[in-house]
Design a protein around this ligand. Structure first.
Ligand SMILES: Nc1ncnc2c1ncn2[C@@H]1O[C@H](COP(=O)(O)OP(=O)(O)OP(=O)(O)O)[C@@H](O)[C@H]1O
Ligand SMILES: [K+]
Ligand SMILES: [Mg+2]
Length: 704
């Protein structure tokens, strides 16, 4: 085989994408065919009638059992004793049909919500075909094996044109890879060994140049694409804690109504107004919260789907829901709040040094610096005519680290050039018996007050000047922070930059709080401090050493460019690696909770109106006509109208359940008040009008 040369370590550029939003849809190129989706949902709604499945939704299961009872009474009208009704078979038959469709509509709502995920999964699956892999034995020989036989720990060899057969880690080589199968982005991505970010590689992507040796990190069926398929398909969708709590509440409420309805015949007998079994079932179905029970799972699935449309993979519905409860958002400055392509704008000489000297020292301190900052310093210095005359083999680069907050070069003869955060460079020269001057502070403050990042440059113990790295706050970010503020979410900006720059940017962007000169460990400390105060915290991380903080946060959004460890620790992965998306995701989570709350309110308010439609019927013979406030045509018509409304409201609300209620950035309390007004009051009024209209309609066509 071709020997693959190991490459020198180099720091991959940080992800600072600021991509147009239309890219979000790129991965979902195969737009779901809506007709096919509805046809499949119609079929699936019948399959879901299977009792083993139906019992998972106890409220609807009660309706299903009721349907079977009314069906029996339709076939055999005197099943529960002789009846005095005029045309029992027509009434019972209609009732059976209406109840059946109530259950079926609920199944349909769930099937439509699931359908979109299934279509997306099918598109993903098509990218994942069985391939052959070149397995590498310890002695260097290569055998061709099927990709499904690869196991964790195996080493494989891939060359340009190959599909990467499984998830892995590059252990040798440099190559460019087309990741469009998962990110929808066709620009090639550089993969190389050594660097923790660039060495992680995903099965299903294609290598487009050079060659690599990869160690497999996932057994077949356990890779990233497999997990994505399972998630979007809903196979791993388990009920979230909030959903379970609501289901329990709705079930208990239904059992209370079951008890009330079961004791009614005794009262009815007492007031000499006997009621038949079908009417009791009708009353029960009208009273139990069928609307929310029918739409509950569709709301949850749709929430996950909305997140997926943002090109974010959530590991569970629970994660999406947790977003809705977030109180604190921890964001870093560079690349999240600011554009992040910090470029050298100006050199500011101090202490009597010349511009040429500063440019030369800055260049010497940056020749080995692969960061965007380093490269831009080299460009500016060269434009000013500076040159680096030393043989690069005689010099040694000192890589930038967030811990030291500086970088530079060790020159032959033991001389050291450094550039970095002003405090860091002050410390560096002081340790070599040098001094800083008031002039340095003046230059540093000037840059910082403009929101720029000042880097001091020094040769051994002498500071020569300051480099002005210019960065700007993203347009529109202020509005987004204002929105978050109105939702009651506190935003904290974390930055390695100095206090002045941090406060200028924090002010301009409108964050609530900031932490300057932050080390990577500070991230986890901030999260723990907030959590100790009872807050739910969300954060983003690019993965370098964010994994513990991502795991500690209640919502951790990892960048797809991040390490495998970070992706596993996080509960969401952004395929576009855009850290600002955390803001969108939090909004989606809030909207999910609001939609669920609004429809629950609406459902229960509805049932009050249905109660007023049916109760007078039951006590009709007792001359309690004052109860008949809706003045419906006949007892049969009243019951059928109420139940037709009860059934039709489910499909009528499917679009709202899938899209979510209109979202406004308000605090939880304001939202509650607003929702009670709209969905509570509306929920009482709407059925009165609708039931009255249906009553007029079925009387006109002579059904009752
Ligand atoms: N290539 C570099 N060489 C030397 N010093 C640098 C370099 N890049 C950044 N610095 C300095 O180190 C500090 C910390 O950098 P770091 O990337 O950790 O944080 P940051 O980018 O300023 O903020 P954020 O955490 O918001 O990304 C910077 O503020 C800057 O002063
Ligand atoms: K109901
Ligand atoms: Mg940074």
């Amino acid at each position: 085989m071709n020997p693959v040369a190991p490459t020198p370590k180099s720091k991959p550029s940080r992800s600072r994408s600021n991509r147009p939003s239309d890219r979000r849809q790129a991965r979902k190129k195969a737009r779901v065919n809506t007709r096919g989706l509805y046809l499949r949902a119609i079929r699936d709604a019948f399959i879901k009638l299977n009792p083993l499945n139906a019992i998972k939704n106890p409220v609807m299961f009660l309706v299903w059992v009721g349907t079977l009872i009314t069906l029996s009474v339709t076939i055999k009208p005197d099943l529960f004793g002789p009846t005095t009704q005029k045309n029992p078979q027509l009434f019972n038959g209609l009732l059976t049909g209406i109840l059946f469709f109530t259950v079926w509509f609920a199944n349909f709502a769930e099937a439509v919500a699931e359908g979109r995920g299934k279509a997306q999964a099918a598109a993903l699956r098509s990218t994942k075909s069985e391939t052959t892999a070149k397995k590498l034995a310890p002695d260097g020989t290569i055998t061709e094996v099927s990709s499904s036989s690869l196991r964790q720990g195996d080493n494989i060899y891939v060359v340009a044109g190959d599909i990467i057969p499984a998830d892995g880690e590059v252990i040798m080589g440099v190559a460019s890879v087309d990741e469009s199968a998962i990110t929808g982005e066709s620009a090639p991505v550089l993969k190389e060994s050594g660097s923790d970010i660039a060495s992680s590689i995903t099965g299903g992507t294609r290598i487009i140049s050079d060659e690599l040796i990869i160690r497999i990190t996932a057994d077949p069926g356990k890779g990233f694409i497999d997990r994505m398929i399972a998630l979007v398909e809903g196979a791993e969708r388990t009920k979230t804690p909030n959903e379970i709590a609501l289901t329990v509440l709705l079930t208990v409420l239904s059992l209370v109504f079951l008890f009330v309805v079961a004791t009614l015949p005794a009262f009815a007998y007492y007031v000499k107004s006997p009621v038949s079994v079908p009417i009791l079932i009708a009353l029960l179905v009208a009273l139990i919260p069928t609307t929310i029970a029918g739409l509950l799972s569709a709301i949850g699935i749709a929430g996950m789907d909305r997140v997926a449309q943002f090109n974010v993979i959530a590991t569970s519905g629970r994660a999406v829901e947790a977003c809705g409860d977030v109180n604190t958002l921890v964001l870093d400055k560079t690349g999240t709040i600011t554009l992040g392509n910090r470029l050298a704008e100006e050199f500011i000489p101090i202490n009597g040094h010349s511009m040429e000297e500063v440019a030369t020292i800055a260049l010497a301190a940056s020749v080995f610096d692969e960061t965007p900052e380093g490269k831009s310093i080299v460009r500016l210095a060269q434009r000013l005519g500076a040159r680096f005359d030393i043989d690069p083999n005689q010099a040694q680069g000192v890589e930038f680290s967030a811990k030291t907050r500086m970088s530079g070069t060790n020159l032959p003869g033991g001389r050291e050039v450094r550039k970095g955060a002003v405090q860091a460079i002050k410390g560096f020269v002081r340790s070599r018996n040098g001094n800083d001057t008031p002039e340095l502070d003046a230059a540093y403050e000037r840059v910082s007050h403009q929101g720029g990042t000042p880097l001091a440059v020094c040769l051994d113990n002498e500071i020569y000047g300051v480099i002005y790295l210019k960065d700007i706050v993203k347009s529109g970010i202020r509005d987004r922070f204002d929105q978050l503020g109105r939702m009651g979410i506190r935003t904290i900006m974390l930055t390695g930059d100095n206090r002045i720059t941090a406060s200028v940017i924090a002010n301009e962007a409108g964050v609530d709080d900031f932490i300057a000169e932050a080390t990577p460990e500070d991230k986890i400390n901030v999260i723990q401090r907030e959590q100790a105060a009872g807050k739910l915290v969300a954060m983003t991380g690019d993965g370098t050493n964010d994994a513990p903080a991502l795991a500690q946060a209640n919502v951790g959004l990892a960048m797809n460019t991040g390490t495998q460890a970070a992706k596993e620790a996080a509960n969401m992965v952004d395929l576009d690696s855009d850290p600002t998306k955390l803001i969108d995701i939090v909004s989606i989570g809030k909207q999910l909770l609001i939609t669920r709350g609004a429809l629950t309110t609406f459902s229960i308010a509805n049932d009050i109106a249905k109660y007023f439609a049916i109760i007078p019927v039951i006590f009709a013979a007792a001359h309690l006509q004052s109860l008949n406030i809706m003045n419906l045509t006949s007892p049969n018509s009243a019951i059928l109208s109420a139940l037709i409304y009860n059934a039709l409201i489910i499909p009528a609300l499917i679009p709202l359940a899938l899209k979510g209620v209109k979202f406004r950035p308000l605090t939880a309390n304001q939202l509650l008040q607003r929702n009670i007004l709209i969905y509570g009051f509306g929920g009482v009024v709407a059925p009165f009008i609708a039931i009255k209209l249906i009553d007029l309609l079925i009387t006109a066509v002579g059904l009752a």
